[in-house]
Design a protein around this ligand. Sequence first.
Ligand code: HEM
Length: 186
Amino acid sequence: MNETLWALGRGTGLVALVMFTIALALGIASRSGRPLPGLGRFGISDLHRTASLTGVGLVAVHLTSLLFDPFAQLRVVDFVLPFFASYRPLWLGLGTLAVDTLAVVTVVSLLRQRLGPRVFRTVHWATYALWPIALLHALGSGTDAGTEWFRGLTAACVVAVVAAVGWRLTPSYAGRGWARHPRRTG
Ligand code: HEM
């Protein structure tokens, strides 16, 4: 039973990290204002939302299963107050910071219509901090962090986010064409 909880805790943490990577990369790429190949404007935002909410659900399972894992020695307070855990307090504390941020971002996103776009946008900026904090937490506390497949997966997550930033910063093909062949006015 303990082995099952431990495996569930690790697996859900890992897939949650992948989901947040997809959500962040899509969020960054969509801000370029260009459609992604194969995904319309609404497709991007639907996928962004689905990946984020799936990540939230998986984090809930991650925390619940590790709460009952005797090795991690977690208390419910460790899910809220960072850096007081008895096992790897720094690395677990980063996980707690990520969860605190996630809770605020999720609630504000769900109340977006009521709170208005300015509050939503300001709070949503915190997701840029959430992702690297969660990544550091995974690298510092994960049993699998020493394995090659784990390093490969986290490297792929970093590449995805860097690629999204690159996509957002480069001018579009249409934009470059426009600059080279400006429309005639006369
Ligand atoms: C956004 C929030 C979080 C994400 C995305 C996340 C993700 C991860 C990932 C990917 C791992 C590595 C799993 C592996 O080795 O295969 C991990 C490990 C771990 N996480 Fe989290 N985590 C989060 C929050 C938390 C919080 C708040 C706690 C508890 C305070 C926590 C407790 C743990 C523990 C105890 C481990 C080590 C499991 C082990 O390998 O024995 N996590 N987490």
